[in-house]
Design a binder for this molecule. Structure first.
Ligand code: HMG
Ligand code: MG
Length: 294
């Protein structure tokens, strides 16, 4: 599991979260057992001012041993900055649809795929990679995406050396039927071990959709403490699947994950409260209420 709250959770906020608070969020979630972090992005600070302090955030994380810090990069400049900052994993960025990709990173899908290819050729030994395909089910501008097109992108990215490919439901519109259809095509070109899901919860479907991925053997998933998240270029999209909600489900299924659901709920709710943000994990709220009534 990857904790997306430090990057996806914060990138759309209008108010700048101080660097120390970002570092504190990562340290506290690590304390609760999170190991992998969608930590920062290296993008144009004029486009996304919230992520301007990516290098400082990475440098400030305590006790990096055993933790994975992922830096999302849209281009070669971001890649170089991410390497200089010492990230463990490079997150590569494309979308399935041109219109979203243009608005997000000023590139057609074809252009961003070729940027990724050039970056993959330069990744040094010891640095991991994962590629994100945003709008893998729905684009806010172009509507539903064709699963076979997304499967083609997955195949190409793996062929070029991406270690894993994450399917993004950027606007949280997919239902389990969409995920089933997408995976049916994607499994023609990739194994479950090569795939991850990054599902926003706008329509309240992310937990059900994640369960479909899990049922198909996909164990890589991005979630955000307190359901934080959104994309500045995806109007109306809300946060990622709340980490606490998935942990509650995994606990019920007896699937080990090494993360304290209550610990994440405490960190997430305190972070949201101190930054004036809505805390959107239903399982987290229920757990916190149960602690108060004890
Ligand atoms: P561009 O305008 O085409 O870039 O933007 P450019 O190369 O023409 O450069 C323009 C300016 O940006 C220059 O600075 C560059 O130095 C600077 P100026 O001369 O004006 O001072 N620049 C950079 N600065 C820092 N880091 C860089 C970088 N590259 C150029 N890497 C660009 C292209 C991609 C940079 C821009 O569109 C951008 O930054 N977009 C932000 C995209 C973003 O952060 N989106 C949110 C993350 S994606 C997401 O959330 C989806 C995901 O969660 C999955 C899902 O939900 O599906 C991952
Ligand atoms: Mg996202």
């Amino acid at each position: 599991m990857t904790e997306s709250s430090p990057r996806d959770g914060l990138q759309s906020l209008g108010v700048f979260v101080p660097t120390e608070a970002k570092i504190g969020l990562i340290n506290d979630l690590a304390e609760a057992g999170a190991k992998s972090f969608d930590a920062v992005s290296f993008v144009n600070p004029k486009a996304v001012p919230q992520m301007a302090d990516g290098a400082e955030v990475i440098a400030g994380v305590e006790d990096r041993e055993g933790l994975e810090m992922i830096g999302l990069v849209p281009n070669m400049k971001g890649f170089e900055a991410a390497l200089a900052a010492g990230v463990d994993t490079i997150g590569l960025l494309t979308a399935a649809s041109d219109e979203f990709n243009q608005r997000n990173i000023n590139a057609t899908v074809d252009e961003s795929m070729h940027r990724i290819r050039r970056i993959l050729l330069e990744v040094p030994q010891g640095v991991n990679t994962r590629a994100y395909i945003s709008t893998a089910t729905h684009c806010p501008f172009e509507g539903e995406q064709e699963p076979d097109w997304v499967a083609h992108l997955v195949e190409t990215l793996l062929d070029w050396g991406a270690e894993s490919v994450y399917l993004g439901d950027t606007i949280g519109k997919a239902t389990t039927a969409h995920i089933e259809r997408l995976l049916a095509d994607v499994f023609k070109v990739a194994t479950p071990e090569q795939l991850g899901v990054h599902l926003h919860d706008t329509y309240g479907q992310a937990l059900a959709n994640t369960m479909v991925a899990l049922d198909h053997g996909i164990s890589r998933m991005d979630t955000s403490a307190g359901g934080l998240g959104g994309c500045p270029y995806a109007p109306g999209a809300t946060g990622n699947l709340a980490t606490e909600d998935l942990l509650y489900l995994l606990d019920g299924l007896g699937i080990a994950h090494g993360i304290s659901m209550g610990g994440v709920a405490e960190v997430g709710s305190e972070f949201c409260e101190s930054h004036g943000l809505g805390y959107n994990s239903r399982a987290g709220k229920a757990w916190l209420a149960s602690q108060e009534s004890e």
